[in-house]
Design a protein around this ligand. Sequence first.
Ligand code: TXA
Ligand code: MG
Length: 327
Amino acid sequence: MYTKLLNKYSLNEAVTIIKKGGVVVFPTETVYGIGARINSNRAVSGIFKAKMRPADNPLIVHVSDKSQVNYLVSDIPDVFYKLVSAFWPGPLTLILKKSEYVSDLVSAGLDTVAIRMPNNAIARNLIKRVGVPICAPSANISGTPSATKFIHTSPLIGRVNAIVDGEGCEVGLESTVLDITKEVPVLLRKGYVTKEDIESVIGKIDVFKTGDKIISPGLKYKHYSPKTNVVILRGSEENVMAFYNKHSNSVFVVPPYYKKLLKEKNVVKFYESGDILMGANNVFSLLHELDLKKYDIIFFVDINSKGVSEAVMDRLYRASNNEIIEL
Ligand code: TXA
Ligand code: MG
């Protein structure tokens, strides 16, 4: 398949391709998405095929306007309005009961639908001009790291009709996913919008834990894995240093306060001091870039604490297949 490379000045072409039922990669503020119009099963099938996504993993429906939600869902709970006025447009996806309008292909046979309104001018313009919502999972081959820069979308060249260059994604982590069909809403995927942010608007929520009955099909798949093995390290700088000395052909991604280690070769600073948001923005780029360098192992020092770092580490635990070494 020939893939057209477009940018914000040639959005007209992207609109035409999507209207005709094509598949287009476009930027959002979280990660790049791979989209097709919701009301064509042929178009939506094209997404599953292009990213080799299992058919039982549902898609997020992207809207440009709140009013589009009305025909996508069969019921709107009160918390919806509070959440939308606090966080939309932005990186929060809400799960609601779906209407007939949403095909089983989009919802993967579930009776719910995931919806979000992106806060990115290219994405919103695209949806608005296509005139119907756009279904879009992250623009990566299933199981590999998400794309946060135009260059990361290159594995999809030859597999989609067009890719729109929108430079880097502002947030760099996929949206937070919250199921609001339950009496007490359940956080299914951590993201830039944190549990604390949500609770400050609607009160106590639950968090999905591994071992709970799977309600978000995507949670059961291997995720975000580069070709190089990723391993998480937990320990003091001293212990990590001793471990480092025994692993020469590997790379170490460490927090800014591991000052001694940062003077060594093959050691990369995860984020600048006090700027964990930069870590969120960097995590997929690091996975893509370090993967190209053919190290034996990519080691990440665990930086888990409250807030956005939890979402960052969630991606890394999964990239490592939960391979964690306590030092
Ligand atoms: O930031 C994002 O959310 C990006 C951009 C492109 O918007 N999209 C994205 O899509 O990350 P995807 O498909 O890679 O991840 C969507 C997650 C999957 O884990 C999927 O299983 C879950 O949302 N999901 C979708 N529909 C669902 C539903 N009805 N019930 C529960 N989980 C759902
Ligand atoms: Mg994804």
